[in-house]
Ligand binder design. Structure first.
Ligand code: IMP
Ligand code: MG
Length: 179
């Protein structure tokens, strides 16, 4: 059985999201075209709801869901959109909101896919930027927290569909792991 070690408290998470929300608000301030926040399901939904309530903007909201085909616990090899946005993104400023950027493949795929649609701009915000397993160059524009390695849960992030509702961000310590 795994156990959890808190790395960012609930208060640190909410303070940091408020800071990033103000960076985002500043960045889109005064744009004429509509702004659309695209939530990447399932993991980003908690961060998305927090961010949305803290920005000084009135973005449209859309949801996408990705299906990745690859072996078990290995990072996503092949990614496809299993749920797409329901509106045209033509001429709009699009902000992809992700839970975590790990290998970078998901964000890389989404940038490619949504970038084909005549957007006015396309940027990425994530709750966590994980550096260890980066495979593709997919640097997010607005990052709340950076971690070097390990597996993290809470604030929407799961391990085998558990722990999404925790309000702190925790590192998972697997029992065979040295502490
Ligand atoms: P990618 O490797 O950057 O394509 O990330 C793929 C997905 O793997 C992320 O959107 C998360 O859903 C999941 N993921 C990667 N690292 C973690 C982690 O530490 N905790 C929970 N989910 C993770
Ligand atoms: Mg995800």
């Amino acid at each position: 059985m795994e156990r959890l070690e808190p790395i960012f408290s609930s208060q640190q998470v909410s303070e940091r999201i408020a800071e990033v929300a103000s960076e985002i608000s500043q960045s889109y301030k005064g744009v004429q075209e509509p702004v659309v926040f695209v939530c990447v399901l399932k993991g980003a939904f908690v961060f998305f709801a927090d961010l949305l309530r803290r920005v000084d903007l009135q973005p449209e909201i859309e949801f996408v869901r990705l299906a990745s085909y690859g072996a078990g616990t290995t990072p996503s090899q092949e990614v496809t959109l299993s749920q797409d946005v329901e509106v045209s993104l033509q001429g709009k400023h699009v902000l992809i909101v992700e839970d975590i950027v790990d290998t970078g493949r998901t964000v890389d795929y989404l940038r490619g896919e949504l970038g084909k649609r005549g957007v006015a701009s396309l940027e990425v915000s994530c709750l966590i930027h994980k550096l260890e397993r980066r495979e593709v160059d997919a640097d997010p524009n607005f990052v709340c927290f950076t971690v070097d390695s390990g597996f993290v849960v809470g604030c929407g992030l799961d391990y085998a569909e558990r722990y999404r509702g925790l309000s702190a961000i925790n590192r998972v310590i697997f029992s065979q792991e040295k502490e």
